[in-house]
Design a protein around this ligand. Structure first.
Ligand code: NDP
Length: 282
């Protein structure tokens, strides 16, 4: 059924959220520091709030500003007492817990969300948004949240969504760092990205298949392996660092991992599985 939704922030992401809500037939009231950005949304039926407080006259208010520091003055001006706030601004778990505490002191039902998609993905099947905080508020607003992307509730600790976000982004950044290093390495011999990328994709699928096994070893603390011992992998990393330097490219990406794997070997995990590196990280 149709709901009234306030959206604070019409940057790339906020505008995509508001657009998806309009597309689903909701009554959307938007606020942005620079009101001109609302133009295309107003053409599609959104209403413009002159102040954040005007956007709070809604069943649920979504906030998507650049940072928590820019967001808090906006939230302070929004008069959200007795309402539900879904905070989709990216931050740390501590920042999320801080806003949750503030919200609780103001009588605001608080849900913290992190968007695992780009603006163009909002409202499409691949988009996922992770939430934590008030489960009651999440359940009540589920129909609205489903418009934006598949909603996944993680728990009542408001910091959980930000924790998962950073953990998942860490995988993304490591993967992209590894991929860019690979492109530089094969590129040093004239191999173009379009030739190498299909192989990288195929390999990533295989590597993804290792994750459940690694996770099970981390869970059990049993690092015995019949597959591949850490010292073989540390030796491989040494070869990658050496070859990168020999090819005249930087070695920062593999060197960081080599340092970590070498420390784990020095701690006695040479014969163990790669999963044992977590002991060194911890
Ligand atoms: P943009 O830079 O496009 O938009 C930033 C928004 O913050 C604008 O509405 C801007 O207003 C507002 N803003 C910045 N400073 C202030 C201020 N001092 N006072 C009031 N408003 C201010 O960023 P995105 O939309 O891309 O990102 C928004 C959030 O969404 C971020 O936390 C980001 O991490 C998160 N996110 C973004 C993703 C993406 O792919 N873009 C993916 C997942 C999460 P104005 O228009 O007036 O400048």
């Amino acid at each position: 059924s149709k709901k009234r939704v306030g959206v604070l922030g019409l940057g790339r992401m906020g505008a995509a959220l508001a657009g998806a809500l309009l597309g689903a037939g909701h009554d959307v009231v938007v606020w942005n520091r620079s009101p001109l950005k609302a133009g295309p949304l107003l053409d599609r039926g959104a209403r413009l709030a002159a102040t954040p407080a005007e956007a709070a006259d809604a069943d649920v208010v979504l906030s998507c500003l650049s940072t928590y520091d820019t967001q808090q003055p906006v939230l302070d001006a929004t008069e959200l007492s007795g309402r539900t706030l879904v905070n989709l601004t990216s931050g740390t778990p501590e920042q999320a817990r801080g806003v949750a505490k503030w919200a609780s002191s103001q009588g605001i039902d608080y849900v913290d969300g992190v968007i695992m998609a780009v603006p163009q993905g909002i409202g499409t099947p691949g988009a996922r948004i992770l939430y934590s905080g008030s489960e009651t508020a999440f359940d009540t607003q589920r129909a609205v949240l489903e418009v934006l992307g598949e909603p996944v509730f993680l728990g009542e600790d408001a910091g959980l969504a930000a924790l998962y976000d950073l953990a998942l982004l860490g995988i993304m950044w490591s993967t992209m760092g590894g991929y860019l290093h690979a492109l530089a390495l094969v590129g040093s011999e004239g191999v173009a990205p379009d030739r190498f990328t299909p192989m990288a994709l195929n390999w990533l699928t295989a590597v993804g298949g290792f994750l459940p096994g690694i996770g099970a070893q981390v869970a059990s603390g049993d690092y015995e392996t019949e597959v591949s011992a850490l010292d073989i992998n540390a030796a491989g990393l040494a070869m990658l660092v050496e070859t990168s330097r020999a090819q005249g490219i930087g070695a920062t990406v593999p060197a960081a991992l080599k340092e970590l794997f070498d420390r784990a070997v020095a701690s006695g995990h040479g014969a163990h599985a790669i999963a044992s590196v977590i002991e060194e990280i911890r």
